[in-house]
Ligand binder design. Structure first.
Ligand code: ADP
Ligand code: NI
Length: 221
């Protein structure tokens, strides 16, 4: 017998898979599956609310402004959850998890994260670094026909979400503008450990990249 929460999670899964069908491969269902497995690994130690974490992971990209009309997507999600008799408090908790995940939300430092927000956020960030992170970055850059690397365009630091989103820099810059910063922004012990290993892998990749094209490249210090 499935519990009521398991039945609800199955319905959420169907809802998400349907909505994400048309989305690019950097954000597809396999991303959600990887994030779910990261989150479950992290939560073995953290022991947060497993239902909120799984539902939060499944839904974390469903109101993303880069993929959907955020306002519309949020409205539809609330209606869907209400139709499935999810308590209003739980709906609010889920929305707060979803909204805490994006790298952009980082710029608002006043917010204190709940355990479930930390687990889902770390799990999502792990999927942006390491080998999978490298693959996703070049996939994203390729989709926008960006240069791989341009020695004359140095990496920047962004002060706001808006500035960060406007960036059109070559893909290697994205490593400095986001990917290499993530290991110091992890919230959970397991997340930190996994991020460290993936971080070192990216440094090795960048070193090899610069060696192959015979350039000093941007600093790896
Ligand atoms: P967030 O909004 O949480 O920062 P995104 O949804 O924008 O993350 O990122 C999706 C994936 O695309 C991530 O793996 C991210 O690193 C990658 N990505 C985002 N922006 C760029 C960029 N300018 N160049 C290369 N990859 C990018
Ligand atoms: Ni994500």
């Amino acid at each position: 017998m499935k519990t009521a929460n398991q039945v609800l999670l199955d319905k959420i899964k169907d809802y998400v898979f349907r909505k994400m069908e048309t989305v690019d491969a950097g954000h597809d269902i396999s991303h959600i599956k990887r994030v779910l497995s990261n989150a479950q690994l992290i939560n073995e130690r953290e022991k947060g609310n497993a239902f909120l974490i799984e539902a939060g992971v499944l839904l974390h990209d469903i109101t993303d402004e880069k993929l959907f009309n955020k306002e519309q997507a949020e409205k539809e999600l609330i209606i869907f959850l209400q139709e499935n008799e999810v308590y209003e408090d739980t709906i609010q908790l889920l929305l707060s998890i979803i909204n805490a995940v994006s790298f952009g939300s980082e710029f608002d430092k006043s917010v204190k994260l709940s355990l479930e927000q930390k687990v889902v956020r770390d799990a999502d960030r792990l999927d942006a670094i390491g080998a999978i992170g490298i693959a996703r970055a070049f996939h994203y850059g390729g989709g926008k026909n960006r240069e791989l690397f341009n020695e004359d365009i140095p990496p920047q630091t962004y002060q706001s979400t808006k500035e960060y989103r406007k960036s059109t820099s070559p893909t290697i810059n994205h490593f400095y503008e986001k990917l290499l910063l993530l290991k110091d922004r992890m919230e959970t012990e397991t997340g930190k450990k996994m991020a460290q290993q993936r971080h070192e892998y990216m440094l090795g990749f960048l070193q090899q990249f610069y060696t192959e094209i015979n350039t000093k490249g941007f600093s790896l210090e």
